[in-house]
Design a protein around this ligand. Structure first.
Ligand SMILES: Nc1ncnc2c1ncn2[C@@H]1O[C@H](COP(=O)(O)OP(=O)(O)O)[C@@H](O)[C@H]1O
Ligand SMILES: [Mg+2]
Length: 423
């Protein structure tokens, strides 16, 4: 889980780089012109928005054609002397072992070269004149004035945003390899949101897949709020790793979230973060107290009690962590909040389920809700296979069955089976 999917699924071969077929083809032709010893241009400039596969293409091409890759990227210093020393040497050296040690020189994101890289562009132009190895430059903005001297000496290849179906296709492949079942709607939602940036789409997919074997539209609906959510992850991480009440408490002052909302986040994540039952018991006790004060604040308008709430829900959880071994566990989105934001409210789904059961059992919807559904949840917990069979006989849809499984705390009927087979 810890390895980012954008790295795990980075294309290894050219064929795995999707989209921009025309530019890809020209790029390969250009590389081949080097192999034939008659390069059309000394360098190419691959330009276009982020996350469309410019860097990946160069890396995959190097692998596919057996080139070594010498890479200087945005985090490296790229001033005049460095370019001349590293790039100049790599580019001018003849190959030692004949064709076996050909190399591609990649200067990634040249538009990001800073003031400190003064003279860098001029040095690149000089190196290009003498190079005996193919040089590839990439940039988001090829029309940046400082790149003008490069434009006239490079083969310019534009990379556009990927099409929605191209993004969907790649995401689907990843799901298949990860053993995740995913609804078409959910994939389309992620793809659309990415605006053709496959890197961000893959990151989104990984985020929503945490702890899930099946992804529905409801699981991805909250992604647009992610920018607001990421700071919350930081705060949670500070709270769960704080050694003192004061540090845990201070975490809250970092962002502007409503304490009720923060309470949900902490409450939801405490069981997965504090895996030792002794720690968990103490933390839950403190959260229960915080909750009690919270209701007093609200009901009695006793605002002076608010500091007890914050102290207990932050420090009370932080100091409870004693026996739990430290290991990185992802945070997840509070179920209670997620349901509120999903298209259909929980109550609507529940009512529709209750109506179906009611008509089958010749009773009222109300009785189905109060008497039959709790019993069904019990059956689902003790014998999920049988419970699902029962629900199917009531003509419930698979998403309604999933919903009840969720309610019963059985994540998905498929998941445990798959897992037990593979272990
Ligand atoms: N066209 C593509 N085909 C396959 N994977 C891609 C593509 N574009 C982006 N990716 C994925 O996103 C990650 C980042 O892509 P990258 O090549 O660094 O994009 P760029 O250089 O255009 O910003 C890659 O590691 C890969 O997982
Ligand atoms: Mg790149």
């Amino acid at each position: 889980m810890s390895i980012p999917w954008i790295i795990k699924y980075r294309p290894k071969r050219i064929e795995e780089v999707v989209g921009n077929e025309e530019s890809k083809k020209k790029f390969i032709e250009w590389l081949e012109s080097w192999v034939k010893g008659k390069p059309t241009y000394k360098a190419t400039l691959l330009y276009g928005p982020a996350g469309v596969g410019k860097t990946s293409l160069v890396e995959a091409a190097a692998r596919t054609y057996g080139y070594d890759l010498v890479e200087l990227n945005a985090s490296d210093q790229r001033g005049e002397s460095i370019i001349k020393r590293i790039v100049g040497v790599a580019a001018s050296q003849g190959t030692l072992m004949g064709s076996m040690s050909r190399r591609i020189i990649l200067l990634d994101e040249v538009d990001g070269m800073s003031e400190e890289d003064k003279g860098g562009v001029k040095a690149i132009v000089e190196v290009l004149e003498k190079t005996r190895q193919p040089i590839v430059l990439t940039a988001n903005d090829a029309w940046d004035p400082k790149l003008a001297p490069l434009r006239s000496v490079c083969l310019m290849l534009e990379f556009k945003r990927l099409k929605q179906w191209e993004v969907v296709k790649k995401l689907r492949e990843i799901c298949l390899r990860e053993g995740i079942e995913v609804d078409k709607e959910a994939l389309e939602f992620i793809a659309k949101r990415s605006e053709g940036d496959l890197r961000s789409a893959i990151n989104d997919l990984q985020t929503v897949s945490q702890g899930r074997r099946r992804i529905t539209i409801d699981d991805v609906k909250w992604l647009p709020y992610r920018n607001r959510i990421e700071p919350i992850f930081d705060v949670l991480s500070m709270i769960f790793n704080a050694k003192t009440v004061a540090t845990a408490r201070r975490a809250l002052s970092l962002i502007d979230v409503d304490p009720d909302m923060m309470f949900e986040w902490i409450y939801e994540n405490t069981p997965s973060q504090l895996t030792d039952p002794r720690d968990l018991a103490i933390a839950m006790e403190n959260l229960a107290k915080a909750d009690l004060f919270r209701s007093r604040v609200k009901l009695l308008q006793r605002w002076e009690l608010l500091s007890f709430v914050t102290e207990l829900m932050t420090g009370g959880v932080a100091v409870a962590k004693e026996a739990t071994k430290s290991k990185w566990t992802p945070f997840h989105f509070p179920e209670r909040i997620k349901f509120l934001s999903s298209i259909k409210s929980e109550r609507e789904v529940m009512n529709s389920i209750a109506s179906k059961i009611a008509s089958r059992c010749l009773t009222s919807r109300r009785t189905a809700l109060s008497d039959i559904i709790p019993y069904i949840l019990f059956i689902l917990r003790s014998n999920p296979d049988y419970g699902v069979k029962l629900l199917k006989s009531y003509d419930l849809t698979s998403s309604e069955i999933e919903f009840l499984l969720g309610k019963a705390g059985v994540a998905s009927i498929e998941a445990p089976r798959k897992r037990s087979r593979s272990t």
